[in-house]
Design a protein around this ligand. Structure first.
Ligand code: FNR
Length: 399
């Protein structure tokens, strides 16, 4: 049987491979969205509203995919988004993803809800590492985490603002996510069969020590927080604008605000000192029926007016999607599921293959567009559907 990391032709090939490898509760946690999953679907579908305007009969022997984000040089315009509970997808989890990011010449963003120590994750990657902050465990735990991140060499702090309560991820409820991570053995019984049908995953999980603690959330006087179910975790993790000054005092490096969908929030983020903004709806996992990130991007780019770099995430499955986002004003994109499916299917090799697929896509798309570099992309390479609220042709590239 061919190995997943070599047989996958596109990112969508990794999804069934991940499904085959993971117990249902873990696969659905990775794959699913909130409520009716409208936004989850829209994130991908919205890319179909943007079509290309190629320049033909142009020879493009080589393409320059490089860019920089906040002054960090990246070999291609994508970064690995924070993905919580990665250690449940593969025992190497965050270490594997960070290694693959560094090997590909890009940055890795470590989630607060991570199963490996942040110092080990930083040491695993040769690329930039950023730390994503939730306030789980309270301010004391967050202060300790911010200081550890600074000492370990994380170069930017990503503050996620769209999770003041967990989205209603119905699949997690149906699959018994809460029961599986709770303490009652009896409550787990109805859900155990999902694990018995995935012996390879189960063996890896048990050899890894079972349910990991959260080593980057150390509660003063108590130690590392136990892994709790995601809705309980996020309910205690909210960051508000009122916390920003306190965070600013603790972290002197760049702060990136993730989870912006409107011009108003973008302006507020800049007022609070953000160096960059991520247009994001959390991969359709929080408030359902918000617009696709791509649809929200033009409004945010317009509001920011070049005063900060604008990144986006949500629904990126092809290199062509990345090109479209850049044409609409994004400096670069974050990918979440696109690499997490690869991680689940084949560990580090799967993440590397996912990035390689997107790199090859990017290069081919640029050549077919008649554009020699990421820096040359602008609104003149795309048409936007007449149905969009802010239908505009952007002539400037990223800020
Ligand atoms: C996430 N996301 C996320 N974001 C964040 O700020 N902190 C986190 O811990 C997590 N955890 C998480 C887990 C899983 C399984 C997924 C799929 C996503 C959101 C993530 O950073 C990013 O915004 C989305 O994944 C982007 O959408 P795509 O690329 O998955 O479509």
């Amino acid at each position: 049987m061919s190995r997943p990391e070599t047989s996958a032709v596109s990112i969508t090939d990794f999804r069934p491979l991940a499904r085959r490898r993971l117990p249902k509760v873990v696969f659905d946690y990775l794959d699913g969205g909130a409520e009716g999953e409208f936004t989850l679907r829209e994130n991908c579908r919205a890319f179909e509203d943007v079509t290309f305007r190629p320049r033909h009969a142009v020879a493009v022997p080589r393409c320059d995919l490089r860019t920089s984000v906040l002054g960090f040089n990246l070999s291609l315009p994508l970064l690995l988004a924070p993905v919580g509970y990665s250690r449940l997808m593969n025992p190497q989890g965050e270490l594997a993803a960070a290694r693959a990011a560094g090997a590909a010449g890009t940055a890795y963003i470590l989630s607060t809800i991570s199963g490996h120590r942040m110092e080990d994750v930083k040491a695993a990657t040769s690329g930039p590492a950023w730390y994503q902050l939730y306030l789980m465990g309270g301010r004391g735990a967050a202060e300790a985490a911010i200081e550890r991140a600074r000492v370990a060499g994380f170069s930017a702090l990503v503050v996620t603002i769209d999770t003041n309560v967990a989205g209603m991820r119905e699949r997690d409820f149906r699959n018994g996510m809460k029961e599986m991570l709770g303490n009652s053995l009896v409550a787990k019984i109805p859900f155990l069969s999902q694990f018995l049908t995935r012996p390879r995953w189960l063996t890896g999980f048990l050899l890894d020590g079972g349910v990991p603690k959260l080593p980057n959330i150390v509660i003063p006087g108590q130690g590392p927080m136990p892994l709790i179910d995601v809705s309980a975790a996020l309910a205690s993790a909210a960051v508000t604008w009122e916390d920003m000054r306190w965070i600013r005092d603790l972290w002197t490096g760049p702060i990136i605000i993730k989870g912006v969908l409107t011009g108003e929030d973008a302006r507020r983020a800049l007022d609070e000192g953000a160096s960059a903004i991520v247009v994001s709806n959390h991969g359709g996992r929080q408030l359902d029926c918000v617009p696709a990130s791509l649809t929200a991007l033009p409004e945010v780019v317009e509001a920011v007016k070049g005063r900060a770099e604008v990144l986006m995430d949500g629904g990126i499955r092809r290199g062509g999607d990345i090109v479209k986002a850049i044409c609409l004003g994004a400096r670069a994109v974050l990918i979440g599921r696109a690499y997490a499916y690869g991680l689940a299917a084949a560990g580090q090799a799967g993440v590397s293959r996912a990035i390689e697929i997107l790199r090859t896509d990017l290069e081919r798309t640029l050549k077919l567009l008649g554009c020699a570099s990421i820096a040359d992309l602008d609104g003149s390479f795309v048409n936007i559907s007449a149905n969009w609220p802010a239908r505009k042709r952007f002539t400037a590239a990223s800020p």
